[in-house]
Design a protein around this ligand. Sequence first.
Ligand code: ADP
Ligand code: MG
Length: 691
Amino acid sequence: MYLSGVGPKRKEILSKELGINTYGDLLEYFPYKYVDRSKIYSIKDMVGDMPFVQIKGRILSFDEYEMGPRKKRLVAHFSDGTGVVDLVWFQGVQYVYKTYHAGIEYVVFGKPSIYSGRYQFAHPDLDEAAKLQLSSMGMQPYYMTTETMKKRGLTSRSMEKITKTLVEKLQQIEILETLPDFIINPLHLCSRKDALRWIHYPQSTEEVQKAQVRLKFEELFYVQLNILRYASDQRRKYRGYVFAHVGQYFNDFYHDNLPFPLTGAQKRVMREIRADMNSGRQMNRLLQGDVGSGKTLVALMSMLIAIDNGFQACIMAPTEILAEQHLQTIKDFLKGMNIRVELLTGIVKGKKRKEVLEGLQSGDVQILVGTHAVIEDNVIFYRLGLAVVDEQHRFGVAQRAKLWAKSINPPHILVMTATPIPRTLAMTLYGDLDVSVIDELPPGRKPIQTVHKFDNQMTSLYSGIRSQIHQGRQVYIVFPLIKESAKKDLKNLEEGYEALKEVFPEFKLSKVHGQMKPVEKEAEMAKFVSGETQILVATTVIEVGVNVPNASVMVILDAQRFGLSQLHQLRGRVGRGADQSYCILVTNYKLSTETRKRIDIMCDTNDGFRIAEADLKLRGPGDLEGTQQSGVAFDLKIADIARDGQIVQMARDEAQKIIDSDPNCNLPVNSLLWNRLKELRKTNINWAAIS
Ligand code: ADP
Ligand code: MG
């Protein structure tokens, strides 16, 4: 079939830039927003930050301004009788003069911004009012286009025309329904055919909404069906080791070594984990708990139960520093008990490494603490019963799968994350995991006070730091180190470190960053941990896990460069002891609205769940750290996990019903679903990651 407006050249661009090769692909290239073009705005009603709007009026006159050599800005003063705005062009000045004329009535469409106290439209759309039939324009769709596309004249406007032509031909194309009536009818979803027409060519907001709900539901439903099918498959394929009894190790620890009572939340989670490990099913549990909520202890007690039942356990951390800290913590907790705990990271080499590997194979090493080094192929366990993964957001499904190969039956898996994941996201990204939550901090913690300072208020900041150190506390000062510009940032940190040494000649400073040799890093960290140094100048390498209860001040420089969850993680390094702790976010004066929001939320709350929700809303799940590495980074075409929580839940419930009633995926009533899922798994990027 021929589609007018798409010649061989455009075909090639669409294929290269957007991966659109078929009419089906084009139909599934959804607009990212709509603008109601049936309404006209009055200039006098424009206030604040404006969305895209339409105004109708006349050009009063033109003005040109020089902007450096051979650069001009053309301004048309435009009035609708209620006020005046400026239309501005930086390019194509000759074209503008030729095409638009003073005195003629135009409809101007664009996003106004304020410049020198007046609203201006940069490179607006102009149509002669007499030639425009607004009532028929209705909702105008907007399509994402790439720079290359725009350069070749394939704008959102042209995409709109192309899809419109296609939608008009829909009568001739067979659009198969992809959901069965028994799902469509009770949920009052529209048909796929209507949805595809309305999503590109809606006459009203209602049509947009109906189409969106239907298409979002469908997308999320198949994601859920895929995840739940996978989970139920795993369950049938593998049995779980049964840890029937709680024995000597656990009891000795609980009665003799545990230095404080467990919190209610820790007790509840322990019960959940024990039930899992005794169920005959393999445990796959995600443990969410804010920084400092005491997850490590839960992990340790779970490991003791594994050992009590004759198995080995391991715990994996995302960085060497953190692995070493875990080792230290665990050794301290287990003092006086006869349990062999070993470390395995990239820096454990030679004879020591050989010893550890042999101990693992013989079963002599009971608890292994490590980094990703633990899942390397040459690490062989005698009988691995439980694997704990700390900081899930850097550890994807694929790596978890690798762990399974380390035992006859897969070990029980406990994944811990300190970046709380909003429920809807957890359901989508980690839908195959059960979730436990520690929603209570150990008693006696004072909430951290967070304040914002501009970078010209350093003197008062320094005196605050000084007074804390005089009270015996320690201080973190964090510099941003973002990968792409590592060299510049590193220089920044080095210079900052030297400068701070001069500011605080009476104190000792440590310094750690990712580019240092592990031994150096460890030595510097050790000095801070022991209290020998009072100030630790660092990059985000200290983000995860590092535990120095005596540190009470976290200063984050250039805080505008950090994401919310990162800020929250960093802040979690303080507030671990009994003293009042502070987090100081330092920024420059120019803050974007978004940065402002981030800073405000940080100053407003310590609640990780609220911060995670806000983060998801501000950034969208695509950018969330770990979404990419999670192994389930399917591209959602239309659903937005942050905003479509209700639809996620709906999709989850429907998918669960199907799996419950048809666990073997072979009932004829569901054949439509299973066939569609098979089809999607062939086409969609990365679905195979959890096959
Ligand atoms: P996270 O959940 O961030 O990993 P940790 O496990 O590092 O938190 O715990 C933070 C601190 O709280 C540690 O010093 C730990 O020993 C302590 N802690 C854990 N559980 C309790 C408890 N029930 N009562 C008092 N302190 C606790
Ligand atoms: Mg931790």
